[in-house]
Design a protein around this ligand. Sequence first.
Ligand SMILES: [Fe+2]
Length: 380
Amino acid sequence: MIMVFDWGVTNAIHFGNGVLKDLPEIIKAYHAKDVLFITDPGLMKIGYGERAMQMLEHAGLRCYAFTEVQPDPTDTVIDEILRRTEGRKFDVIVALGGGSSIDTAKAVNIMLHNPRPITQYDGFNTVPNHGMPLICIPTTAGTGSESTPVCVIKDTAKKKKMVILGMNVGATHAIIDPELTYGLPSRITAATGMDALAHCMESYIATNTNVISRQNSIKGMNLIYNNLLTCYRDPKNAEARYNQMLGSTFAALSFGSTNLGLCHAIAMPLGAFYGISHGDGNAVCLPETMAYNAKVVAGQFVEMGAAMGMGEAKDLTADKVIENLYKLAADLEIPKLAAYGIGKDKFTDELIDAILMEGALTTNPKQPTSEDLMVILNSL
Ligand SMILES: [Fe+2]
């Protein structure tokens, strides 16, 4: 296929078991003294936050910590961090956690170097100035936010998850240490892992895909499809955790230069309206939205099935690939939407309109109608 495309890498990636130890050395390369450290209460509780802060302090760095990141961050939380840090000077930001901590750190970095408020930056290449060095340390193998130029923040007034995307958004370094996912609860392992699989599959079939992203998609979906269930059932399986983390990294390197699709286009408004987390929302939506797309680009689903090791392309059908996807979701015990308190009465015209307005939908192989969306929602 001959094509013209854009593909970009925003940051350095340090990957492997134990690489967390390199954090002080990476910071010192910037001749930094003052660090803004951002994490969540759960990681403080299990000691990961403390451990990272001690590493910084032992290296002679001054550390100011914000440890109250909540799932799916909002513009109001960003304002609160800015208020608390008013008048302080930082040389580097370090984020430890899942997508919520990392996106919070990205947004704070944007706000410390650009005019406020954050809500004006929804969209592509909207942030004029690059921030300070930002080092992201993921503790989930799903979001990939540590390696993408994307920041998702909820605009509370508009009840919308903004997608801030561009070269001035991403981290400068990702320290990706699979050992940090060993303690992840199984339910979160499953949901975030399905989110990463969605990144690979949606990017692969996106109408603006490209040859480099596709190679990353293929590698990512193979690793995730063949390791996620082991991570779920055997959380301390080092090889599976390593492969799953590598898979989510390939996923990030795939969709960071393309786009997503119908699965994310439904999951994001569901999160903005009803509070379901990003991982849970995508996990619930993935099989059904892929079944919708498989009717349109069946050949690409056969390619993906072969890439995941489901069989030889000549023996596979798109239906078989979808069947395997449903089976994976069932094995991972992904619940229905109702389990999150989102009953059929929540499928309002306002929700449908929000889905139709999602940027992720623009590159989906088929543009759904309102009626199509209602059928999909009713099956979730
Ligand atoms: Fe995602």
